[in-house]
Design a protein around this ligand. Sequence first.
Ligand code: ASP
Length: 609
Amino acid sequence: MYFPSWLSQLYRGLSRPIRRTTQPIWGSLYRSLLQSSQRRIPEFSSFVVRTNTCGELRSSHLGQEVTLCGWIQYRRQNTFLVLRDFDGLVQVIIPQDESAASVKKILCEAPVESVVQVSGTVISRPAGQENPKMPTGEIEIKVKTAELLNACKKLPFEIKNFVKKTEALRLQYRYLDLRSFQMQYNLRLRSQMVMKMREYLCNLHGFVDIETPTLFKRTPGGAKEFLVPSREPGKFYSLPQSPQQFKQLLMVGGLDRYFQVARCYRDEGSRPDRQPEFTQIDIEMSFVDQTGIQSLIEGLLQYSWPNDKDPVVVPFPTMTFAEVLATYGTDKPDTRFGMKKYLKRKDIESIRNFAADHFNQEILPVFLNANRNWNSPVANFIMESQRLELIRLMETQEEDVVLLTAGEHNKACSLLGKLRLECADLLETRGVVLRDPTLFSFLWVVDFPLFLPKEENPRELESAHHPFTAPHPSDIHLLYTEPKKARSQHYDLVLNGNEIGGGSIRIHNAELQRYILATLLKEDVKMLSHLLQALDYGAPPHGGIALGLDRLICLVTGSPSIRDVIAFPKSFRGHDLMSNTPDSVPPEELKPYHIRVSKPTDSKAERAH
Ligand code: ASP
């Protein structure tokens, strides 16, 4: 039985010495915060009936009288059982003598996963029976008393095999799934990282943790928001997709350096790795530029990074949006691998089919022979000088395979970007490791366009980030001539091909903000009159960023889904499978909200499924 001693490793981070980089504002408050964050391994058994955790016992505890509480992991031949808590496993010897018959009965009859309390002595295991794979493998507990705290019914699934049960079943019995080592590890690592982020932001850099409302009003542009009915007829709150407006208003209010572990809501329907409610590390600062925000985030990740992983190397590389698109065919490239090699001829057919099916586009392969000749249908249509120029541009070498396509720039780049990932999948099924799971490759992407053509009406514009993003200082004149060409001060942070954060320097000039909202984006400025008004009252220059906490923790823990790093996530279709949410409400409870539900007819409802 193997139960890694990960917890102490996780907590070791707490003892890291604090580097003082800023002057404390209130000395004594700062000192007491400092003391609390310098504590070493936390006291796990204070205030409770146990004396120790199951996982903490070692040879150094020999002879001690202990009381443990935990779940029965398994029992063998009615002679011993293994008890589990969040910290690990420990072996308990079931007494066989007549005088302890009642203890034996409890420990032998309690079903697996029942929760018990035992008291006894820590003894060493007989020579040769130590289990080096188990952190507590040198000792066992000689039990004197036992109490069944609560019995466990027959389980719907085995706790141990995290990956072997369907996700729907795991979500239905989430409270049992949370007992698994993996979920315990993920949630505790998440808590530790957030703790260190708080330390870094508040204690080292003077940020203020401020909660902002979740009952708010609609923000124009961006993701769909959830509505919350109010008792005023026809009036609704919206659940904010992010605290964007509030964090900017806090800057106007002189709060200067704000952060929040913020719950955000987006009613975006089912997407594999999104959640209708999710968490951001939300940050805003006054008097800052793009490089200031970037350095802050690099320091934040470096400081909060788990100690059992390779340290984060800063600064992170930066590429412009135009560069990443041309090089990797996406604005969130996986930079763990280059990917210009090792394709077999038979793979090319499947790649060409993929391009035709998904992008309606032709792909031309070029195989470079050992003699540097081109083996390709394009070979006949291309001049020698062009061929040499292409070889130079693509830095190709013998035996390389090049995929060529032609068409509208963004579309052609996106196709090649997708193919790069397809090829990586293909090669990894053959055992070529391209995306090392232990490698964390960060990248800043900057200089995004300020606007994109609206998907549903390409002649209109929408913000590439959000409407509060400031234009690039050298492109402001373009707003009045060719707004489509204007770049922005928006930056994204990418990790291993995933966008884990994004933010911008904001517009702090009311006139410019009004022009962008009303004239360029054709939004109803009345909705944002409070913000526009605030900008007119001496709003400082400011900027910020939000890190997607769920996605970040998912990548750090190597979890297959963000649902594995959230205690009670929603299903793919946005449901809570444990409590069956969303649920219907009786008509009389809807009355105060002036709402009447008109159910779709049966045939429509069926189609919707
Ligand atoms: N509010 C933005 C978002 O949620 C982040 C930012 O601009 O700070 O993506």
